[in-house]
Design a binder for this molecule. Structure first.
Ligand code: PGA
Length: 237
């Protein structure tokens, strides 16, 4: 695991964006794994600026997002479909058919989960997966106790995750109880992984990740089993 300390949130975003743009320049047909949340917003701004400056094109690239809430329609402003359109896809030239976000409102969620992993495999696998980390160490929505061998699946969100995400909803009761997420096994199959950690609320998770202990109680610790993980962090020690 490679650790890069960034001097600021902006620097963290730029370092991460540079890794993605270098990959895209080297291989225009790259497959990217995308994440949502507060942490990657600056990263997406950097990608959009590079696109608008004519430095990169996503015309032949593909993307797969980590997760989506169950029971939230794509057009709902709290959905991760909406987040991705607002932060990235509405501003770049990636073709709609090459954009994949798990479906949280399908009638057969189990089938959607299986099909999601098949689609990733069909695209040749993910070249670089972006990740954030939850205060409880989740990656995607793989909460503590998740099996490291799971593919994309339906999960129940913990109270700490629902509380952390409440800021995007009117009240706690509105935060969905379940989500569809790439499984830890799906994530570990990515060729390269970039994990962003920003802010003091993530210190405990950072310390636990740094300890090197591997346990399903701490989902991010699965990343120690991957041979190409870069952690870019700021505002944590
Ligand atoms: P955040 O979420 O970037 O909003 O802190 C990260 C996560 O929960 O994975």
């Amino acid at each position: 695991m490679k650790w890069i300390e960034a001097a600021s949130y902006e620097e963290m975003s730029i370092i991460a964006a540079n890794i993605f743009t270098a990959q895209l320049k080297q291989n225009p047909t790259s497959v990217f794994g995308m994440a949502t949340g507060g942490t990657p917003e600056g990263f997406y701004k950097e990608l959009v600026s590079s696109y608008q400056a004519g430095e990169i094109s996503f015309a032949e690239a593909k993307s797969f997002n980590l997760d989506e809430y169950i029971g939230i329609a794509p057009e709902n402003k709290v959905s991760y479909h909406y987040y991705m359109d607002e932060n990235l896809f509405n501003h770049i030239d990636m073709k709609r058919e090459n954009i994949h976000v798990p479906t949280g409102d399908s009638t057969d969620l189990q089938a959607s989960a299986v099909q999601y992993d098949e689609a990733i495999e069909g695209a040749g696998g993910i070249d670089i997966q972006l990740l954030g980390i939850g205060v409880n160490g989740h990656i995607g929505f793989n909460e503590p106790g998740s099996s490291f061998s799971a593919g994309t699946n339906i999960v129940e969100l913990t109270e700490s995750t629902r509380e952390a995400n409440q800021i995007y909803f009117d009240k706690l009761e509105d935060v969905p109880s379940h989500a569809i997420t790439m499984g830890i096994s799906t994530i570990l199959q990515s060729k390269k992984i970039v994990l962003l950690i920003s802010g003091a609320s993530k210190q405990e998770a950072m310390d636990r990740l740094r300890s090197g202990e591997i346990t399903e109680d701490f989902p991010a610790s699965a990343l120690h089993q991957h041979n190409d993980v870069t952690v870019i962090y700021t505002g944590v020690k």
